[in-house]
Design a protein around this ligand. Structure first.
Ligand SMILES: [Zn+2]
Length: 285
């Protein structure tokens, strides 16, 4: 018999302004705000958090801002007003987060503190997903990551210009739970290997008793359109033909798994979808 988790919350930590051609290969160079969110899953063996948003240190990093700005050069729609809730502040910032530590503020929205999390799962080490590792490490929370991803960033191959911040994987005392491929992490919670966007990217499959299966893609698919068009994101951090091939296959894999499970397939950065699955009071069961 399949074990299930108990309850699920979707919490938005902030947003980032990026070009659609980063999220959708071959897409237009058109800027818009993409949400940064985490998923909190309550299980019989504690709470699992999937993805952690961007750290305050990265928000305040001039180098990080410069990297975002460089990615936006040449876009024509900087002043188009955003039309969804939440509405980012109309400033020159390229990203925004909840006040203080965005992860702490996000967890507080559902009455939690970092120490209430039993295990944090990081889809990949891009700065907009791994920013909570330092805070979680300080709270004694172990961090689940694919071995290939950890080895990739520890090799020193990438830095802030590529969207990675070493502060996120060098927090003293981080308790890594290193994963090779698919693995059950808690009752009803499973890591699903979806490499390509980064070499060791992973997604998360959650089974709930009433609402059924949820498949959180992470950046294997930023937008619903990645699935509709059968098209991966616009960048592969590893940069090889094999990475591009893996990214295409990861889209196929998620679509097949979603069909098989009749799962809700949730992309990593789609504000329309995040708003649609924002949990009801008391969470999804
Ligand atoms: Zn990413």
């Amino acid at each position: 018999m399949t074990r299930t988790a108990d309850r699920l919350f979707v919490v938005q930590f902030g947003a980032e302004r990026v070009s659609k051609n980063l999220s959708l290969a071959g897409g237009p160079h058109h800027l818009y705000w993409e949400p940064l969110y985490g998923v909190i899953v309550e299980t019989g063996e504690g709470r699992v958090l999937f993805d952690t948003g961007m750290s305050r240190a990265s928000h305040h990093s001039a180098e990080n801002t410069a990297a975002y700005r460089a990615g936006g050069v040449g876009a024509s729609n900087l002043d188009v007003p955003w039309h969804l809730y939440p509405e980012p502040p109309r400033t020159d910032d390229w990203n925004w987060g909840l006040p203080g530590d965005p992860l702490v503020a996000g967890l507080a929205q559902v009455g939690l503190e970092p120490s209430d999390i039993s295990l944090a799962v990081i889809s990949h080490m891009h700065v907009d997903h791994s920013g909570g590792i330092g805070t979680l490490t300080a709270a004694g929370v172990p961090i689940a990551i694919q071995r290939r991803e950890l080895e990739f960033v520890q090799s020193g191959a990438v830095g802030i210009a590529e969207g990675f911040n070493a502060l996120d994987w060098t927090a003293p005392g981080t308790q890594w739970r290193v994963i090779d491929g698919d693995e059950e992490l808690a009752p009803g919670v499973r890591a699903v290997s979806t490499p390509g966007h980064t070499p060791g990217h992973q997604s998360l499959l959650v089974d709930l008793p009433e609402s059924g299966s949820w498949l959180f893609a992470g950046d294997a698919a930023d937008l619903a359109q990645n699935f509709l068009d059968h098209t991966p994101c616009g960048s592969c951090a590893g940069g090889t033909d094999e990475d591009a091939q893996n990214a295409a296959e990861s889209i196929d894999r998620l679509l097949a798994l979603a069909r098989e499970r009749q799962a809700r397939l949730i992309p990593g950065h789609d504000q329309v979808v995040v708003n649609a699955v924002r949990h009801p009071r008391g969470g999804h069961r």
